[in-house]
Design a protein around this ligand. Structure first.
Ligand SMILES: [Fe+2]
Length: 339
């Protein structure tokens, strides 16, 4: 039983040396940025006070924000962790409990924020399919421009020890595994985890922890746009604005979402996504392979596999499995020496 069950991701927080440059990027990305007390915030259209924050400073990922269901939950979490519940000095107010995960990532657990009504425009048109003709006497006439980001949906972190981080996040926040990823049979290296909201459908993943070669790092944060047309209009707009593409457009296997990844001016990856899987608490976890993680159902291959001399997904999986085993052996030997 976890200390609390979080409802959703709330925000991601960065630092950047030039807030105006970040502001221009966020507008192109489809967010609505605004300055408060020298900090740049950006909201989506879901009525939440902000989903992206940038404070002045050398470029860095600063914190992951998670949303607790109530102030009582925050108090329970704070008591269990021996920390204080503090007023949250950010748009929307509310309160926050700040924790550090096993890799040192700051997690801001928030509750009691003011929210507004979702933006009323940018409604999706129904789509006609052979088996379902639902758009009748309505024409498709799309306005070029940035995507309409509705909300933040998930964050991906590279961790040093997947099992250790998985325990930490599950014990505190009640995450459920949707898909565990194996580099080789019996060698798990990460999991897509969702919020436990009982019968209420929840995104296939709110947090993805991945034990990959290299130091712990922020990998990307993802933002839901209105629909497929909106995602493609956003792609066209970011391309026209000469922003840096990272991967897409395509449809993932785990989570099934249609994705489109871009980099902010300091290289942090942000994803537009639409049409992801929604699961309830009773859906059982699945085991999938690293090849599934790197593959697409359709669309652009992962950039690692795009060139003429690109390695095969099988080779990449074998190399990562080898490195993971080596790291595990090294860590076990270090522990033996210490005890
Ligand atoms: Fe993603």
């Amino acid at each position: 039983m976890s200390i609390i069950r979080i409802e959703d991701i709330a925000h991601v927080r960065f630092a950047a040396p030039d807030l105006e440059t970040m502001r221009a990027f966020l507008i192109d990305f489809g967010l609505d940025p605004f300055l408060v007390d020298g900090c740049l915030y950006a909201r989506g259209r879901d009525g939440r006070p902000f989903v992206h924050a940038t404070q002045p400073g050398p470029a860095a990922f600063v914190a992951l924000g998670l949303r607790a269901g109530s102030l009582d939950d925050l108090a329970r979490l704070a008591a269990a962790e021996g920390v204080a519940v503090e007023p949250f000095a950010a748009p929307g107010g509310g309160h926050v409990v700040r924790l550090r995960d096993p890799d040192g990532f700051v997690v801001e657990v928030v509750a009691g924020q003011d929210t507004a009504a979702p933006a009323p425009d940018a409604v999706s048109l129904p789509r006609n399919a052979v088996a379902q003709r639902v758009r009748l006497r309505e024409l498709v006439r799309l306005e070029p421009g940035p995507a309409h980001v509705f909300r933040i949906g998930h964050c991906v972190l590279k961790v040093a020890d997947y099992r250790r981080s998985e325990r930490w996040y599950k014990d505190r926040f009640g995450f459920l595994t949707s898909d565990e990823i194996e580099a080789a049979p019996g060698l798990p290296l990460g999991a897509f985890m969702r919020c436990d909201r009982g019968d209420v459908p929840s995104d296939h993943h709110t947090l993805f922890l991945a034990q990959l070669p290299g130091k712990p790092a922020f990998m990307h944060a993802a933002f839901e746009v209105m629909d497929f047309d909106d995602l493609m209009l956003g792609h066209q707009h970011l391309h026209a604005r000469k922003r840096k593409p990272a991967w897409g457009v395509g449809r993932h296997i785990m989570g099934s979402q249609i994705f489109d990844y871009w980099r902010d001016p300091w290289g942090h990856e942000l994803e537009h996504w639409t049409d992801g899987d929604l699961l309830t608490a009773t859906d059982p976890p699945q085991t999938m392979t690293l090849r599934d993680l790197l593959a697409v159902q359709w669309g652009s291959p992962h950039p690692m596999f795009a060139g003429r001399l690109a390695p095969s997904p099988a080779l990449v999986s074998r190399v990562i499995a080898f490195v993971t085993r080596l790291r595990q052996r090294f860590a076990a030997r270090k522990q033996d020496t210490a005890s």
